[in-house]
Design a protein around this ligand. Structure first.
Ligand code: PHE
Length: 466
């Protein structure tokens, strides 16, 4: 494959792993994972989620990184380089678009997190005597047009700064500093949760499965969550993989990324549920868990003032390293394919993502009643990208690697940097191929049907017949 002379590369494998783990670890782990676990009854959901991560997430992460490293291109260019058909580059294009759409609403929630650092530091949480007061405070903030858009702008500028500085200087160095801080802060918050009286009830909720709560939907929801949290299906892992060299070991890097992502989700779960149970809050609160329930938890715990500030700083860091990867996909596309300068691409598309983010921010105030297909702008962007574009992208990627590019060619590329694995445990490599070719496409297809609401109709149909 011809190498573009000016294309940047990671300084080290560790740099790549931290940057890719930075992409994976984000609002999906700390904001979404706990509330989804809460809504789906706890431990049983976690076990199914772990199986999805290991059996589908990991193999697809490897496949995505591999396509990127092989072609040294953005998602569109990568498919162009590996197939003659006009269809596959469109799949890459859908990924670039999905990244853009995700960034626009993701940055809105991340902006709230930035705003909450200030709320925490200003001591606002001390006034939260009841859940209603905390909820009203959150609603008032998001109803304020200037607050919503201002925080969105602030977050977008922070993320753009790293991408602007480049792959090695910005993304890699930024991740090397931010990721260890994130781990440290999260561990502090977890220890605080574990040492609270009554926190063990939270652990029980997380690790003592109640199988009666599991339904077909739970399984499909767990798979969807594993996709979002691993940044799969839109070319983020592919683009990060394109800055790797052939000397780097992809399977071992992928295992490390997936392990870190899962570990952080579990630690976040422990930190949040020990605190929620110790202070007698509702675990099944939903998306407001972090912004409405957690501040009350902080007021009720000793040391809560500091912990609250640390918590929203770490949430912001996690969101920045994910937003960076979303912006990098679009940026890489315009650098590779349209020969743009990095700086121009970052300014134009960071700016554009901010503008598209505005209607998402306004979905909580001025544009609340403006709906398409029954959803406001924020929910629509969220639904379209996470529930449709990502699973579709992941499904097509697995089919591409399994059947179009072909497992044999994939094997010969995967071998570079992982010679030992191929010599010693051929079996593991074969299992990977089977998962990519058969299990991943079938299961992802089911999730997609579920997102579109078709599966439910089919199940109803069959249960009527029977
Ligand atoms: N994985 C990120 C998170 O958990 C979200 C994300 C999705 C980032 C897709 C990049 C691509 O928050």
């Amino acid at each position: 494959m011809p190498q573009l002379n000016e294309r940047e590369q990671w300084g080290s494998k560790l740099g790549f792993v931290l940057a890719a783990a930075g992409s994976a670890i984000g609002l999906g782990n700390i904001w979404k994972f706990p509330y989804v676990v809460g809504q789906n009854g706890g431990a049983a959901f976690i076990i199914i989620y772990l199986l999805c991560v290991a059996m589908i997430g990991l193999p697809v992460v490897i496949a995505e990184i591999l396509v990127g490293r092989t072609t040294q291109r953005n998602p569109v260019g990568a498919f162009k380089a590996l197939s003659k058909s006009k269809f596959w580059p469109l799949v890459g294009g859908m990924g670039v678009l999905a990244g853009f759409v995700i960034l626009s609403f993701y940055a809105v929630v991340a902006g709230w997190s930035v705003g909450y650092i200030y709320e925490a530091a200003a001591g606002r949480f001390a006034e939260f005597k009841t859940p209603e007061i905390a909820g009203n405070h959150f609603n008032n903030l998001t109803a304020n047009v200037y607050w919503g858009i201002g925080m969105l702008a602030l977050f977008m500028i922070m993320s753009m700064t790293f991408v602007y500085a480049g792959v090695k200087k910005g993304i890699e160095n930024g991740s090397k500093i931010m990721m260890p801080i994130l781990f440290l802060l999260l561990i502090i918050v977890m220890i605080r949760g574990l040492t609270l009286e009554g926190g063990d009830k939270g652990l029980e909720f997380l690790f003592n499965p109640d199988w009666s709560k599991v339904t077909g939907t739970t399984i499909l929801e767990a798979l969807g969550q594993s996709f979002f949290t691993l940044s799969l299906g839109m070319g983020a892992m592919l683009t990060y993989g394109s800055y790797m060299t052939r000397k780097d070991n992809i399977p071992s890097a992928a295992v490390e990324i997936v392990f870190l992502d899962t570990l952080i989700a579990l630690i976040a779960g422990v930190a949040i549920f020990t605190a929620v149970f110790a202070t007698g809050q509702n675990a099944a609160e939903g998306p407001g868990l972090i912004f409405q329930t957690l501040p009350i938890v902080f007021t009720k715990m000793p040391g809560g003032y500091i912990i609250a500030i640390l918590f929203f700083i770490l949430l912001t860091i996690a969101a920045i390293t994910s937003a960076i990867s979303l912006l990098e996909v679009v940026t890489a596309y315009f650098i590779d394919e349209k020969k743009w300068k990095r700086h121009n691409a970052v300014l134009v598309f960071g700016g554009l993502a901010f503008i598209i983010g505005i209607p998402s921010a306004l979905s909580f105030n001025l544009m609340k009643d403006f709906t398409l297909f029954g959803l406001n702008f924020f929910d629509l962007a969220n639904y379209l990208s996470a529930n449709i574009m990502l699973p579709l992208g992941g499904l097509l990627l697995a089919i591409f690697v399994g059947y179009i590019w072909g497992i044999d060619k994939a094997f010969s590329e995967l071998k570079n940097g992982a010679e030992k694995l191929f010599e010693k445990s051929k079996l593991r490599v074969k299992i990977w191929a089977i998962l990519v070719k058969y299990l991943a496409p079938v299961l992802i297809f089911l999730v997609l049907l579920q997102s579109l609401g078709i599966l439910q109709k089919l199940l109803d149909f069959f249960s009527e017949i029977i």
